[in-house]
Design a protein around this ligand. Structure first.
Ligand code: FMN
Length: 327
């Protein structure tokens, strides 16, 4: 059994967390991961405070284990804060901006742990001033334009900056990724794409099929989803209608500013994220954010995904400790 400070803090059987994927990571997935000994996260995406409260209630009905919520700062209001405080959600993980001091304080006073997802050393330095309980590190594996640094570089750099637990995220798909992340100093991994193909994920089957069939190095970063989500380069498989948008839609270069927010010319042509989510699987497009193909092509229960990852990581770590014993 792989145990870290973080698994001990939350009583987890494995250091595997599922990411709060917008529209996909709903109560069934979060609860399945938590019930399997990992920790599931709900994607709060653009949910209203009432809808968020309902997602939390549904999750509590499905699990008595700890779970978290992923919230994006631009879509987080005082009303959302009140919902999280009242519900005493075990973990609230912020992204896309720093959480305000008062939010962190109120949540911690209510018994929540407050985390933040960071993508650069600078952002991690800023996060260290926020009074947080842990950092999630996600680097260029999170998609084009997301970060200029690889996880292999950024993760140990952040681990060296803080005694706080650090969680690795981005392109971790199996036990090899888990073992590597632990070796680099992470206390857990947080997987999104890997759980897209969980039976309990709310991705529609056509979307899953297309993610499974897409090839990582063919995906393109663009701003198709920038209407509600400025500065969000998405990793999108190059099929219709993405092909049709290739000329008018701006493709991202890592580190480049989002042209959609600099001018009004592109958003007119972008998709509405919510509308896209509603039509996932029916429209001739693949999704946003998938990082890879092979491991997400098989539909499995979340518990089995976790079990397999753990078995593989434990095997790898045992192999290296045998090598060390021989040396
Ligand atoms: C379908 C999908 C939706 C996502 N939605 C969000 C989101 O709403 N907010 C967010 O911060 N990250 C979102 N992410 C990113 C995940 O939270 C996570 O950081 C990422 O998936 C980790 O990389 P991986 O997919 O390679 O494991 C999403 C990812 C996917 C695959």
């Amino acid at each position: 059994m792989l145990q870290t400070n973080l698994t001990r803090t939350f009583g987890l059987k494995s250091p595997i967390l599922s990411a709060g994927m917008a529209f996909v990571a709903r109560p069934q997935l979060a609860a399945a991961v938590s019930n399997a000994g990992g920790m599931g996260f709900l994607g709060a995406d653009m949910a209203s405070p009432e809808a968020l409260a309902d997602l939390i209630r549904q999750t509590r009905r499905l699990t008595s284990q700890p779970f978290g919520i992923d919230v994006m700062v631009p879509f987080f209001s005082e009303e959302h804060l009140d919902v999280c405080v009242a519900a005493q959600v075990p973990i609230v993980n912020f992204f896309w901006g720093y959480p305000q001091w008062e939010w962190v304080e109120k949540l911690q006073n209510a018994g929540s742990r407050v985390w933040m997802k960071v993508r650069s050393v600078d952002e991690a330095k800023g996060a260290l001033q926020c009074g947080l309980d842990a950092l999630v590190v996600q680097a260029s594996e999170g998609g084009p334009g997301f970060s200029l640094t690889s996880l292999m570089t950024l993760l140990p750099a952040v681990v060296d900056m803080t005694p706080m637990p650090v969680i690795a995220s981005g392109s971790i798909l199996d036990g090899r990724g888990l073992a590597a992340a632990l070796a680099l100093g992470a206390e857990a991994v947080r997987c999104g794409t890997r759980f897209l193909s969980a039976v309990e994920a709310e991705a529609q089957s056509e979307y899953e099929r297309r993610v499974g069939a897409s090839l990582t190095d063919q995906n393109i970063g663009n701003n198709l989803f920038s209407r509600e989500w400025p500065d969000a380069p998405a990793d999108v498989a190059p099929e219709r209608p993405v092909d049709e948008w290739t000329t008018p839609v701006v493709l991202f270069r890592p580190g480049a500013a989002n042209p959609a927010t600099a001018s009004d010319s592109v958003p007119e042509r972008g998709f509405h994220v919510a509308a896209f989510a509603d039509s996932m699987g029916t429209m001739a497009s693949t999704g946003m954010f998938p990082d890879t193909n092979a491991p997400v092509s098989e539909l499995r229960p979340a518990a089995e995904i976790i079990q397999r990852m753990m078995r593989q990581a434990e095997g790898i770590l045992a192999k290296y400790s045998r090598w060390q014993a021989v040396a």
